[in-house]
Design a protein around this ligand. Structure first.
Ligand code: DC
Length: 244
């Protein structure tokens, strides 16, 4: 944070915050459509969208570049003091900076997904990133998505949603996104990665992915993006009105 573009991008969401605190926590497995749905709902409802996976991806990229053993918490923890991770909003898009370098594109490469999942299993990494996420929610009305937002990061969020879909439906969607970006990966590999990442994110000891007790379950296996958007936006709007 701290540069003027980021400040400008955050201003309206910050003004909203002064009026009323309203945060939405969205958790769920990879490829459930959290990011694209949350981004569109945030734009529609005047909230700030925060993609926390991008922050873990930035740490995953740093670990990959430095060649550390990502399963070794001590080795990963040792690089954290050298990492300056910044998030900025430019033209309404969240961008990630690693020690001053814009890594927003690079963190989207398929191999970074598992790197992010690996480093995210460590308590040292999670506590390193916790305050950054909470600060964003203190200063803005946010829709924040991730794996532990409703359970750990924002347990007091006004609305919690657990967004899921079958692994096959998620793999289909991920394939389409990759094709659109010109990234080639066989379907079987995409499906295998999704299942492996679910397994890892749900079974780690620290802040595992799980549905918060008070979260609304939304399963998008059988519904397309537009329908999912209308459903999600409707749930959020209804809660906003109830809180107003
Ligand atoms: O949302 P994503 O697929 O970009 O996230 C990449 C990895 O980061 C995911 O597999 C687990 C981790 N992550 C996490 O542990 N907690 C979060 N709040 C967000 C992401």
């Amino acid at each position: 944070m701290g540069n003027s573009a980021a400040e400008r991008g955050l201003r309206s969401a910050r003004e909203e915050k002064k009026m009323k605190s309203f945060d939405v926590a969205i958790d769920g497995p990879s490829g459930a459509g959290k990011s694209s749905l949350a981004r569109r709902c945030a734009a529609e409802l005047g909230l700030l969208y925060v993609d926390t996976g991008a922050i873990y991806r930035t740490v995953g990229l740093a670990a990959l570049r430095r060649g550390v053993d990502r399963k070794d918490e001590t080795a990963v923890a040792a690089i954290l003091p050298e990492l300056e991770i910044q998030m900025a909003y430019e033209d309404g898009e969240q961008r990630m900076y690693l020690n001053g370098e814009d890594v927003s594109r690079e963190i989207r490469m398929p191999e970074i997904s598992m790197c992010a999942s690996d480093v995210s299993a460590h308590a040292a990494v999670r506590s390193f990133l916790l305050e950054m996420q909470r600060k964003l929610a203190r200063e803005n009305c946010v829709i924040m998505d991730g794996r532990d937002i409703g359970t750990v990061v924002l347990p007091e969020a006004k609305l919690k949603i657990y967004l899921t879909a079958s692994p096959e439906a998620r793999a289909d969607r991920r394939m389409k996104e990759l094709v659109a970006k010109g990234v080639e990966q066989p379907y079987e590999e995409v499906l295998r990665d999704i299942i492996q990442r679910d397994e890892q994110d749900m079974n780690r000891e620290v802040a595992p992915l799980r549905q918060a007790e008070d979260a609304v379950l939304v399963d998008t296996t059988e519904i397309d993006f537009d329908e999912s958007f209308r459903l999600l936006c409707g749930i959020i709007r209804e809660r906003m009105e109830a809180e107003a």
